[in-house]
Design a protein around this ligand. Structure first.
Ligand code: NDP
Ligand code: GDR
Length: 342
């Protein structure tokens, strides 16, 4: 019998890569989707014949219980979230509800379904992955950051993710649940939402190169991140649920670049000078910035054998290439340009 996985957030960047990865491993994949006309189903259009869908929302406990009961998964990957950090200041309560309480509701759904099903001897039989974030480190006290580094989140997003992280650990300790958190550093791809800085840059560079736009407005160019390729990071998520003992892992490359580096590489790739096009907009600087993040991926490398396969430069080039194609074919552009005005 093939294993069954339920993915929340399947319409997102990571959800689509994870679904493809699990399908390639022979899993039966189910995706939780919300709403009746999901605008982002296009991202997973290539998967619709292979993935089953179930309706549900992280804000609705009953829908999560029903989804877990219907799917009877071996593994649940909770990727659903309001994931754009600036949005979390504008909609702090909603972000807290989805990204914090939503984790609790998903854990409760697993606990309830396991409790109801007498054939399951313990809650440990449904394995749970929580999408924790390097944003929990926030204002960092040590660098690089590892599994024992203290958290100091700097946004409502980071605070809510920190709750999700600790409640997952608490359910592991309280109910003997197999629940783990992957503390993932920034990971990008051609499927990245257009609000996020790498995609905002790759899309603008493509637009500028093809004569559809002239300026790119950005905030803090000095921000430093540990950026990797999303396709690599979903492999780590799956590996974390295959271990004998549940434990949390930091996932990143251990290498850092600034937003400025990303800008320079992207413009150089198409033979343009970024200085002719980039404008600093103070309105895009965050109320409390996370200046620099860098992962110590020692544990995930040593225990899971995980390594990133795509360098930062390859990642930026891959994204620019993809957006050159998108722009030249005018694919998805309405939504993307709207999102990239953030
Ligand atoms: P995306 O923003 O691309 O995807 C978010 C997903 O969450 C979408 O499928 C969205 O569905 C879904 N969602 C939002 N609100 C709800 C809700 N109330 N109920 C059910 N589903 C909902 O995020 P990524 O794929 O980039 O990230 C995946 C997860 O990993 C997120 O939790 C993010 O916070 C976390 N993370 C991401 C990192 C990164 O660098 N990408 C790094 C560290 C953590 P819909 O299409 O309906 O809007
Ligand atoms: P981040 O990603 O907030 O780290 O969260 P984002 O790409 O939005 O920002 C990275 C850094 O770039 C700076 N920046 C800008 N960012 C955006 N979006 N737009 C701009 O114009 C701009 N100019 C400069 C930001 O200030 C920031 O320092 C991502 C998300 O995927 C989260 O869900 C995830 O948890 C973390 O990564 C790890």
């Amino acid at each position: 019998m093939s294993r069954r996985a339920l993915i929340t957030g399947i319409t997102g960047q990571d959800g689509s890569y994870l679904a493809e990865h699990l399908l390639s491993l022979g899993y039966q994949v189910w995706g939780l989707i919300r709403g009746q006309a999901n605008p982002r189903k296009s991202r997973i259009s290539r998967l619709v014949s292979d993935v089953s869908f179930v309706n549900g929302d992280l804000l609705d406990q009953g829908s999560l219980v029903a989804a877990v009961d219907l799917v009877q998964p071996d593994e649940v990957y909770n990727l659903a979230a309001i994931s754009f950090v600036p949005m979390s200041w504008q909609q702090a309560e909603l972000t807290t509800d989805v990204n914090g309480m939503g984790v609790l509701r998903t854990l409760e759904a697993i606990r309830l379904v396991c409790g109801l099903d007498k054939s399951r001897s313990s809650t440990g039989q449904i394995r749970f992955y929580q999408a924790s974030s390097s944003e929990m480190f926030g204002k960092v006290v040590e660098s690089p950051q590892h599994e024992m580094t203290n958290f100091h989140p700097r946004s409502p997003y980071g605070v809510a993710k920190t709750y999700g992280h600790f409640i997952t650990r608490n359910y592991r300790e309280s109910f003997n649940m197999y629940g783990v958190s992957g503390i993932l550093f920034n990971h990008e791809s051609p499927r990245r939402g257009a609000e996020f800085v790498t995609r905002k840059i790759s899309l603008a560079v493509a637009q500028i190169k093809l004569g559809r736009q002239d300026k790119l407005y950005l905030g803090n160019l000095d921000a430093v991140r540990d950026w990797g390729f999303a396709g690599d990071y979903v492999r780590a998520m799956h590996l974390m649920l295959q271990q004998d003992e549940p434990t949390d892992y930091v996932v990143g490359t251990g290498r850092t670049h600034s937003v400025y580096d990303a800008v320079r590489m992207a413009f150089e790739y198409v033979g343009l000078n970024w200085r002719d096009h980039v404008v600093i907009d103070p309105g895009l600087v965050r109320p409390a910035e996370v200046e620099t993040l860098c992962a110590d991926p020692g544990k995930v490398r040593d225990e899971l054998g995980w390594e990133p396969t795509v360098s930062f430069e390859q990642l930026i080039h891959m994204m620019v290439e993809s957006d050159l194609l998108n722009v030249s074919r005018e694919r998805e552009l309405g939504d993307l340009i709207l999102a990239s005005s953030w």
